[in-house]
Design a protein around this ligand. Structure first.
Ligand code: MG
Length: 370
């Protein structure tokens, strides 16, 4: 597969923090992807909430299946644009490694707990996981990934944190861009979750086809699918609708990005980084339709009373655990001698699965009552 001149080339990677011998059979980005898949944090994604808490049903997305869907969308687009598919896959698979248990409710609660201790950002935490927290190699902390994969994982970052990060934080200070594979992974994430949340939302019964038919992107494809397959069961029409929505978004993303890359072709990844704006993106019309769907999900699914009730439980669980561990670090089965005890607690909580967090919460509250 030929790479475009502006794609990330593993032979010209900016390298790893600790030098390693090249592999005989895998390029540097393939190695990164393999390290991510073998990490402990990756396996834990199986038991972390996307929208629905893991025990609410076996068919809902978890952060693991979400990450796989993001990688699938990302790889298709990367291949069509002659970008680096291995790098795109690595970034997509790693993008949520730093996510707390209980989805956004957990992230919000932990951020609040950490307010006086430097805050908590899940993108930065994903980078911390691969740079510091995974303990897999005798020679170094973390997974020692390439600059390009680390750059892609760090989607957002506050300036005060970017200053501490050296090379990988620089673009947040000087306003330059990430490589195209990183730009793409970000959009693959949005396309994946908007569509799978429609599926999970309908399955849960918290949102309905009637409501969704008022959303242009869904309504248009639903009516066309119904017209084309009048005998098909409702559930299949919903799948067909989602398939068509993903198709429209992905095709538009490929075509619009390809046109931009054709109009002002960057000669190299350095040109991409120095550009004023992103090259990878959807057309304005499709982006508007996509955003309308996103607003619908915010208003009707993520803020649905049943989801909010679970979010309140999650919020309470995280806050209680944070206070318990900070008060008595021995509860974490760690030494408690860290220079920054609050950060150690945040790392510990962020690494938890939903069910482990619930178990710990019950266990320590039980002991303090005894
Ligand atoms: Mg995600």
């Amino acid at each position: 597969m030929t790479l475009a001149a502006y794609a990330a080339d593993p032979k010209h990677s900016q390298g790893r923090r600790f030098d390693e011998k090249p592999s005989r059979f895998r390029n540097e980005f393939q190695r990164d992807r393999d390290r991510i898949i073998h990490s402990t944090a990756f396996r834990r994604l199986e038991y972390k909430t996307q929208v629905f808490v893991n025990h609410e049903g076996d068919l809902y997305r978890t952060r693991l299946t979400h990450s796989l869907e993001v990688a699938q969308v990302g790889r298709s687009v990367a291949r069509a644009l002659q970008l680096n598919e291995d790098l795109t896959e690595a970034v997509c698979l790693a993008h949520d490694l730093g996510h707390t248990p209980f989805g956004h409710a957990g992230q919000h609660a932990l951020n609040d707990c950490m307010r006086d201790y430097g805050g908590f950002e899940h993108n930065l935490q994903s980078l911390r996981v691969v740079d510091e927290l995974e303990e897999k190699y005798p020679q170094f902390k973390g997974l020692n990934l390439t600059f390009e994969t680390r750059e892609g994982i760090l989607k957002h970052c506050a300036r005060r944190n970017a200053r501490e990060l050296g090379d990988v934080g620089r673009r947040f200070l000087d306003g330059t861009q990430a490589g195209l594979e990183a730009q793409l992974a970000n959009l693959a994430d949005e396309i994946a979750y908007n569509n799978h949340d429609v599926d999970d939302g309908l399955r849960s019964g918290l949102i309905t086809v009637a409501q969704l038919n008022d959303v242009a992107l869904f309504g248009r494809h639903y009516h066309a699918a119904r017209r084309d397959h009048s005998d098909a069961p409702d559930r299949v029409i919903v799948y067909e609708t989602i398939r068509r929505m993903i198709g429209e978004l992905v095709h538009d993303l490929i075509e619009h990005s390809a046109a931009r890359l054709r109009d002002a072709p960057p000669r190299s990844i350095d040109d991409v980084r120095a550009a004023d704006e992103h090259y990878i993106g959807m057309s304005d019309t499709v982006l508007d339709a996509h955003r309308e769907l996103k607003r619908f999900l915010h208003a009707n699914l993520y803020r649905h009373p049943k989801v909010v009730r679970m979010s309140d439980t999650a919020d309470h669980t995280i806050r209680t655990l944070f206070a318990l561990y900070l008060e008595e670090p021995a509860r974490m089965a760690l030494t408690g001698t860290a220079k920054d005890p609050a950060r150690e607690v945040a790392d510990y909580i962020a690494g938890m699965t939903d069910r482990f967090a619930f178990r710990e919460h019950d266990r320590w509250l039980q002991t303090s009552k005894d």
